[in-house]
Design a protein around this ligand. Structure first.
Ligand SMILES: Nc1ncnc2c1ncn2[C@@H]1O[C@H](COP(=O)(O)OP(=O)(O)OP(=O)(O)O)[C@@H](O)[C@H]1O
Ligand SMILES: [Mg+2]
Length: 269
């Protein structure tokens, strides 16, 4: 049976820097888990370990073997010598019926607003256009685990909104497991079934919040989201200053006060 992905006791160091020390996290299957945390805390390292691109020093990840993974990297990582259309065709060949491939690729280019640029090469595109091409490539790929590393950075507000809606639609249709890394807490609260806040190095889970409000009902500026946004911001700020989970409870960092948050919306675990 299709199970939650379990990240267990992961250790990872680069030279003298320990990035992950006995790191544990459950990734709920068929849900969107957002990860927020300060720059350099290890978010991309976690995605790279989950994807198998980086080997941990120890620990393991279970229930990942049956996963077909697609990955929006932190940088677009496009094939510079191929056009927008060919970048998609290259990864989709053999995965989508050949006779439907052109139409499928054009639909995805259209979804990210790149129909008019299908013959452009990456060097002819803006940063945001390349990012959208990378998004189309990951969305179009038949997968059951989608890893997204700050996927909407560099997009203006209307485009970002459109991409959030596209992701929501994709999830409604496919119900795939998604791990979504972002610096934008508001984005995480609009998208995530769970939002995990990480501390600075070594990364520790400061909080893991379950949001019960249906994603389609979440609106920017809504009071409930604003409240939790402030709380998460405070947590991450403290985490990035090296204040760990237990110290948050000490006299310098009084308890965060989640009991004031509407329990129907947020299950606090
Ligand atoms: N290949 C590598 N070699 C050496 N150090 C690395 C390597 N990859 C990452 N690091 C270090 O590991 C730490 C975590 O990096 P990572 O990219 O995971 O952070 P991040 O949370 O994704 O940051 P950001 O939000 O800025 O993208 C950083 O201190 C970084 O310098
Ligand atoms: Mg990163």
């Amino acid at each position: 049976m299709h199970k939650n992905i379990e990240i267990k006791n992961i250790e990872k160091s680069y030279g003298e820097f320990q990035i992950l020390d006995n790191f544990n996290l459950t990734i709920p299957r068929d849900k969107i888990m957002c990860i927020v945390g300060s720059s350099g805390c290890g978010k991309s390292t976690i995605l790279n370990i989950v994807s198998g691109l980086v080997k941990p020093d120890s620990g393991d990840i279970s229930n990942i073997d049956d996963k077909l993974i697609s990955y929006v990297f932190q940088e677009p990582r496009l094939l510079l010598w191929k056009s927008a259309k060919d970048n998609l065709k290259y990864v989709l060949k053999g995965k989508i019926d050949e006779k439907n491939l052109d139409e499928y690729v054009e639909d995805w280019l259209d979804n990210v607003g790149l129909s008019d640029y299908k013959d452009f090469y990456p060097r002819q595109m803006s940063g945001g256009m390349m990012q959208r091409l990378a998004l189309a490539r990951a969305f179009a790929m038949p997968s059951n685990l989608l890893l997204m590393d700050e996927p909407f950075k560099g997009l203006d507000a209307p485009l970002r909104h459109k991409m959030i809606e596209l992701l929501q639609r994709l999830w409604e249709n496919d119900k795939k497991t998604i791990i979504f890394v972002t610096h934008d807490i508001q984005e995480a609260l609009l998208i995530g079934h769970r939002v995990v806040a990480l501390s600075g190095r070594p990364a520790e889970v400061l909080d893991n919040i379950k949001l019960n409000m249906p994603i389609k009902d979440r609106k920017i500026g809504c009071t409930k989201l604003n409240r939790i946004q402030g709380t998460l911001y405070e947590l991450i700020e403290k985490g990035s200053l090296g204040v760990n989970n237990c110290k948050i409870k000490d006299k310098y960092c009084p308890p965060i006060g989640f009991d004031t948050i509407n329990k129907n919306m947020f299950n606090y675990h």
